[in-house]
Design a protein around this ligand. Structure first.
Ligand SMILES: [Zn+2]
Ligand SMILES: [Zn+2]
Ligand SMILES: [Zn+2]
Length: 146
């Protein structure tokens, strides 16, 4: 069995999905079960075999066709819980992380613009962190010390 190969979908898969969503703007908010990651899951049986898949991946396959092997789905609406297949784009894992880095508008705290000027490396080879957040932390630190 190939690990990531798409499992067979039930004939009424589109109905099953539509029964579990409520509209939220143009997004389809998943009302069914969710995993701790925030992604919805949907389960079904074919010939006595049970399948469970991420709901947004099933929706994409149901409306747009099979997801290329190894591809991830990027939510162009940025709502993890959205299963509208037209809000998704199949991208390679690498392209996906590039996309997320490019779309990021604020630092982790959400309080500072995530611009090149505000980014510094955490140590010599460390990840990019927010300069303004670090400044605040340092100010806090010196105040406590005084
Ligand atoms: Zn959406
Ligand atoms: Zn994404
Ligand atoms: Zn910040």
């Amino acid at each position: 069995m190939r690990g990531r190969a798409m499992t067979p979908l039930p004939a009424d898969v589109q109905d099953r999905i539509l029964r579990n969503v409520s509209p939220h703007g143009s997004c389809w908010q998943w009302q069914g079960a969710r995993r701790s990651t925030g992604y919805g899951v949907i389960g079904w049986r074919i010939n006595g075999r049970a399948y469970t898949q991420q709901a947004h991946r099933v929706a994409f396959a149901a409306w747009c066709g099979p997801i290329p092997e190894g591809a991830q789905l990027h939510h162009t609406c940025r709502n993890k819980w959205c299963v509208n297949p037209f809000h998704m784009e199949a991208v390679s894992r690498q392209a996906h992380s590039v996309r997320h880095a490019a779309e990021r508008t604020h630092c982790k705290s959400g309080r500072h613009p995530w611009t090149r000027e505000n980014q510094i490396h955490n140590g010599q080879c460390g990840a990019l962190i927010c300069r303004l957040c670090r400044n605040e932390r340092m100010k806090e630190y010196s105040r406590v010390r005084r």
